[in-house]
Design a protein around this ligand. Structure first.
Ligand SMILES: [Zn+2]
Ligand SMILES: [Zn+2]
Length: 326
């Protein structure tokens, strides 16, 4: 189990933080955002026997990495895909045709910006706390413990819609699923980042494929186009063949994932909850809500201007809202 010597120290700090929430309920709700952000940041330290290591990095802030060999391999594969996709598209197609005026500035900048937003979303979705449930029994005496469940796996108290992830060995608030491709759970804390990752990965792959189509069928043949400083034309053409295959596969996969997430969002169900719905009666009980309401809930704000930013910190609900909402 990954545990460093500072954990016990942090564990004490968490209990102090959580005890500080022990004010009256109205006050707790009023200052819920600040407090929960505080709890949210600290609660990974409260995980028993977790496989997650937590590091505070300069400039970037707190990152958490799940020490799961399968997940780390899958994440490495995705990073290699990004590097391959970006460099093949940029150096073989985009840069030569852009410099000769066949690709407008706006399209070239759009590809570059979307690619980097995709990379940032990937980094943040895989390193942000997905919403590990804090030690609720230590939180406060004004919490109605009868509304909580005992986790069958780790024994911790957890509110409704929290699930235990066996890979992460922790309970996660409004857990959607465990995604091996980002080597992290998708839950209350990083669901918005996961949606952004799907969106930007889809756009990046679709743009790569579109540029391949232009390269093969629209742009005029020229010796300089496939001649880069590091690749011969005979080699770069193979890079493009592989790029076509991967970008088509990724566009379809990411696009379908993004669409299915939109349906979940409207139905107010997580992926795990959807899998549990099998009877017709349960389908009829589906609680539909507007897309705007759903996406505001996932993104933590009704301010649509910031929805597309993967760098921002999401205002989180307070743990009290979880417990008293259901
Ligand atoms: Zn659990
Ligand atoms: Zn997990």
């Amino acid at each position: 189990m990954m545990k460093d010597s500072s954990w016990n120290h942090h564990h004490v700090a968490v209990n102090v933080n959580l005890s500080a929430v022990n004010t009256d309920y109205a006050n707790a709700l009023r200052s819920s955002t600040a407090q929960f952000n505080n709890n949210f940041e600290s609660c990974e330290h409260a995980i028993h026997e977790s496989r997650v290591i937590v590091k505070d990095l300069p400039l970037i802030g707190r990152v958490r990495i799940l020490m799961d060999s399968h997940g780390l391999k899958a994440l490495t594969f995705i990073i290699i895909y990004w590097i391959y996709g970006f460099f093949s598209t940029y150096f073989i197609i985009l840069s030569p045709h852009w410099s000769e005026g066949r690709i407008p500035d706006v399209a070239a900048y759009a590809y570059i910006v979307i690619s980097f937003l995709c990379l940032i979303s990937l980094f943040r979705a895989s390193t942000v706390n997905p919403g590990a449930v804090p030690l609720i029994d230590k939180l406060s005496t004004d919490i109605d413990l009868s509304k909580l469940h005992d986790c069958q796996s780790c024994g911790m108290k957890k509110p409704a819609r929290a699930h235990h992830c066996r890979r992460c060995q922790q309970c996660v608030l409004r857990m959607d699923h465990h995604c091996p491709w980002i080597n992290n759970c998708v839950g209350e804390g990083n669901h918005y980042l996961f949606l952004l990752l799907l969106l930007y990965a889809f756009l990046m792959s679709a743009l790569s494929f579109t540029l391949c189509v232009f390269q093969f069928w629209v742009f005029p043949k020229c010796s300089a186009c496939l001649e880069t400083w590091y690749l011969k034309p005979t080699t770069s053409i193979w890079f493009l063949y592989v790029l076509v295959l991967i970008s088509v596969a990724m566009s379809i996969f990411m696009g379908l994932q993004f669409l299915s997430q939109q349906f979940n969002l409207i139905m107010d169900r997580t992926t795990l909850e959807n899998m549990a719905v099998t009877s017709g009666r349960a389908i009829l009980r589906t609680n539909f809500r507007s897309w705007f309401h759903g996406i505001s809930d996932i993104c933590g704000t009704r301010n649509a201007v910031v929805w597309l930013l993967p760098c921002r910190r999401r205002p989180a609900k307070s743990i009290y809202e979880y417990i008293h909402a259901v």
